[in-house]
Design a protein around this ligand. Structure first.
Ligand SMILES: [Zn+2]
Length: 113
């Protein structure tokens, strides 16, 4: 079952299937069992799904995700506003999110002091 992420009037993203490279969790019958999507990010390219496997703690960016942008102008405004409010840097797209996620995994694995 594909997962769907939507920001009304701004963007939507579909993820066909999710499976964890780390422990092989495939999300059970509903496709999202044992996965948390709270870390998904909104970028200038659209919503980038970020999945955390609650079985093993691995965080990853599914490669098979389709990013759709409904209003580029509104999306950009929302991303810029959010950056101002939260002080987090603006991410341009999937590649930057993937880099960020690698850092999170490294911190969790304690490779970075
Ligand atoms: Zn896992």
């Amino acid at each position: 079952m594909p997962l769907k992420f939507r920001l009304k009037g701004l963007a939507e993203t579909f993820v066909d299937n999710v499976n964890c490279d780390c422990c092989g969790n495939q999300g059970g019958e509903d496709g999202d069992e044992g996965f948390s999507t709270d870390m998904s990010r909104v970028t200038l390219d659209g919503i980038v799904a970020v999945i955390e496997c609650t079985h093993c703690g691995h965080i990853f960016v599914p490669k098979e995700q389709k990013l759709g942008v409904i209003s580029l102008r509104k999306l950009r405004q929302a991303v810029e506003n959010d950056s101002k409010v939260t002080g987090t840097p603006i991410l341009s797209g999937l590649d930057e999110v993937a880099l960020d996620v690698e850092k999170l995994n490294a911190i969790r694995d304690d490779h970075i002091q």
